[in-house]
Design a protein around this ligand. Structure first.
Ligand code: HEC
Ligand code: HEC
Length: 238
């Protein structure tokens, strides 16, 4: 259980803090138009380490139900780093935004090894999704200037340098949680080799054990496209 937040009026503070004219897109600007369905997709980057459903289990990281507006480091029974406890305060939109942009920049010494999420629209969509997973969601009111802010969206390939084939999505989100996908693409392993690597990731590197069918999907993908003949080695010409 989370200790309830004191400031239920965070949404309001947000609107007041906005500059009248601003070309730079801040997450606060984008939130009123944020797309929580896209945020749910973005949450795949977090799923290796977090659940977000009410009463969800802790993984490497704490359960995130009700995180928006909650006091920092308040899940009972989760062993936080001293650095995160020292941060204090609540997960206001601004503080959460700063953390998700680059966790180690806001909290030097946090044990969240996630590199960060660069695009403001991605963070806004994600925060909107997290906000929905709550007993007391904040309301993000639209201001006229923001109405079209989130309209332009490119449909760019989202899985970095990983080969486009069934299983790429699962593999990308599971394996780029802690390091770049480049590390994965540079390997060329047999199926058994990948299996051994999974075991090593779980035993020594803090990865959570995969569940089925995810495990087989990822294993099939890696074996087919990052096998011993290294068909997709980065930079290799076909
Ligand atoms: C590689 C594992 C990992 C990934 C990936 C990850 N986190 Fe975390 N997260 C952690 C750990 C571990 C902590 C505890 C940090 C500490 O105690 O310093 C944490 C803490 C947090 C907290 C603070 C929770 C609290 O109760 O105060 C938030 C918020 C959070 N993560 C959000 C996210 C979101 C959103 C994503 C996806 C964009 C994400 N994390 C991705 C491991 C991860
Ligand atoms: C919980 C964090 C975490 C997750 C999730 C994770 N890894 Fe790793 N991985 C590490 C760490 C830590 C290292 C060692 C440090 C480094 O090289 O960055 C590492 C190193 C590696 C290496 C380099 C091995 C070498 O020879 O140097 C490969 C390959 C790799 N990981 C593949 C994967 C694959 C494939 C997945 C997805 C199935 C995955 N990792 C998921 C944490 C993780």
């Amino acid at each position: 259980m989370r200790i309830p937040a004191i400031g239920a009026t965070l949404g309001l503070c947000l609107t007041i803090a906005l500059p009248a004219i601003s070309t730079a897109e801040t997450v606060a600007d984008l939130l009123p138009q944020a797309d929580s369905a896209k945020g749910e997709k973005a949450f795949k980057k977090c799923k290796a380490c977090h659940t977000v459903d009410q009463g969800g289990k802790k993984k490497t990281g704490p359960n995130l139900f009700g995180i928006v507006g909650a006091p920092v480091a308040s899940v009972d029974g989760y062993k936080y780093s001293k650095a995160l406890v020292a941060l204090g305060g609540t997960w206001s939109v601004d503080q959460l935004d700063a953390f998700l942009t680059k966790p180690k920049a806001l909290v030097k010494g946090t044990k969240m090894t996630f590199a960060g999420m660069k695009k403001a629209t991605d963070r806004a969509n994600l925060i909107a999704y997290l906000n929905q997973n709550s007993d007391a969601p904040l309301s993000f009111e639209a201001t006229p200037a923001t109405v079209n802010a989130n309209a332009a969206e490119e449909d760019a390939y989202e899985y970095g340098i990983l080969f486009d084939a069934p299983g790429v999505e699962e593999t990308y989100y599971a394996c780029s949680a802690c390091h770049s996908e480049m590390i994965v693409a540079q390997q060329g392993l047999s199926r058994d080799g990948w299996l051994e690597l999974f075991e090593w990731m779980v035993e020594d590197q803090g990865m959570d054990e995969f569940e089925e069918p995810e495990r087989t999907i990822i294993l099939d993908y890696l074996t087919a496209h990052y096998g011993e003949d290294r068909p997709n080695f980065p930079g290799k010409k076909n």
